[in-house]
Design a protein around this ligand. Structure first.
Ligand code: GDP
Ligand code: MG
Length: 168
């Protein structure tokens, strides 16, 4: 069985765009409207042909103003995201480098850390901004591995891929 990597994060941070960058498809539905991707979406990353892995693009866990507790992680979308993260060998916690850390990011991360899955922090949308400053916004999360990427422009994807393959 191929290893499984899950993309988790609040709506609109660019999970589907990153999914497309890693799988080189347009399968994932990318949309400006938060929460548009509702179902789990599986694809295979073959950027390194010798080491394919399955990638799952979870839909937004909750709406921008809805905290995980208030949905009790019980809604269908939340449940999908939760089980994807629980089954994964590695979780990519995707955040928006332009917006910085939000309360919902904090909450998703708190929940992710209840499981023992390894987690990478992926700071997306770092095109046209200071990537270091964007990453510093998230330093309080205390991650060992942080990756600055621009999924839309495919920046940082090779480093992220190397990091993923080094941990599978
Ligand atoms: P999701 O809800 O987390 O799946 O986010 P999407 O992949 O649907 O992207 C949400 C919005 O952010 C879309 O308008 C994307 O075009 C935009 N976006 C995604 N990645 C990037 C990026 O690397 N840079 C910039 N500037 N915009 C991005
Ligand atoms: Mg999406």
């Amino acid at each position: 069985m191929l290893p499984l990597v899950a993309l988790v994060g609040r709506p609109n941070v660019g999970k589907s765009t990153l999914f497309n960058a890693l799988t080189r498809t347009r399968d994932a539905l990318v949309h400006d409207e938060p929460g548009v991707t509702r179902d789990r979406n599986y694809g295979v990353c073959r950027l390194d042909e010798s080491r394919p892995f399955v990638l799952v693009d979870t839909g937004g866990i909750a709406g921008e103003n809805t905290h995980l507790e208030s949905v009790g992680l019980a809604g269908p979308t939340a449940r999908q995201a939760r089980s994807a993260a629980e089954e994964a060998d590695l979780v990519l916690f995707v955040v928006d480098g332009r917006e910085g850390a939000s309360a919902l990011d904090d909450e998703i991360l708190r929940w992710l850390r209840k499981s023992s899955r390894p987690i990478f922090l992926v700071v997306n949308k770092t095109d046209g901004i200071d990537a270091r400053a964007a990453m510093a916004e998230f330093s309080r999360y205390g991650f060992d591995r942080m990756f600055a990427v621009s999924s839309a422009h495919r920046h940082g994807i090779d480093d992220l891929l190397a990091g993923i393959l080094g941990n599978l």
